[in-house]
Design a protein around this ligand. Sequence first.
Ligand code: ZN
Length: 65
Amino acid sequence: MAKRLACRDCHRIQETEETEACISCGSTSLTEDWAGYVVISHPEKSQVAAEMNVTDPGKYALKVR
Ligand SMILES: [Zn+2]
């Protein structure tokens, strides 16, 4: 299974295997060192999204080192 990268800035998990910049915020600070994720499909209705400052639907890592 391919390792997915997560963004250190917004925690967004990248949809493609090989990427140089975050699909969400454009940051190039990506890491393989993350644990757990949450799928946010309706950020406007999600308390988790509010706590994580997420406004775009997608997968987000819970812990990013
Ligand atoms: Zn990002």
